[in-house]
Design a protein around this ligand. Sequence first.
Ligand SMILES: Cc1ncc(C[n+]2csc(CCO)c2C)c(N)n1
Length: 226
Amino acid sequence: MTFTDELRKENDDIYQLIFNHPFVQGIGKGELPKQAVEHYIKADFEFLNAFVQVYSIALSKSTNREDMAYFHEQIQFTLYDEVQPHLNFSDYIGVRFEDLQGHPLPPSGDHYIKHMLYHANMGSLGETLSALLPCPWTYLEIGQELIKKYQPTKDHPFYKWIHFYAESGHETEQMRKRLDAFAANASTEEKLRMKDAFRKSCQLELAFWEMSYTCEEWPSNKAVTQ
Ligand SMILES: Cc1ncc(C[n+]2csc(CCO)c2C)c(N)n1
């Protein structure tokens, strides 16, 4: 069993909680509260900006051209290709994508990006990839699970979103290959840090869906004073 096979197995409990989350199931059913979708897009736009910054830190730590080219390619994917699923969601709620940008991240999203930035700044490249891997991997499996369960046709409101991620296997494969190579040379202590970073990212993926579904906000006295 490879290191990333082990990670997947040890975190299956969280993967199942993600697949069964009402937001994720709502994507499959083609029915979601518009406010929740709006909350998600606003947060995810900012989340992807942070993701690009983390990739840039990883790129700056790369010591060979193959890794540099890989991180460069992933930055392009995140900046340009991942706009497609966001446009699918913004069409659904009838709001221009440009109007959903520049909003501060709610607590769970903020926690998630700071977790990734922590590992990128304080840890090895292997540790950084461990914190990043649940992003493409959980989304790939969400897409695949939703196709299996709902078999969406072209008239499904989230057909593009589901197919985009179900067909993003290349991103996960590439990242797994790199992480397995780093793990092969890592000490026991480093591997424990990698496992901790991976599990927390799985948990924060789940928290991100919950944050969107409940329209989570920072605590304030706004509701009392209005
Ligand atoms: C909260 C959240 N988690 C994961 C993704 C999916 N995702 C983020 S970056 C990336 C590309 C990896 O190279 C993928 C597939 C998302 N959009 N939002």
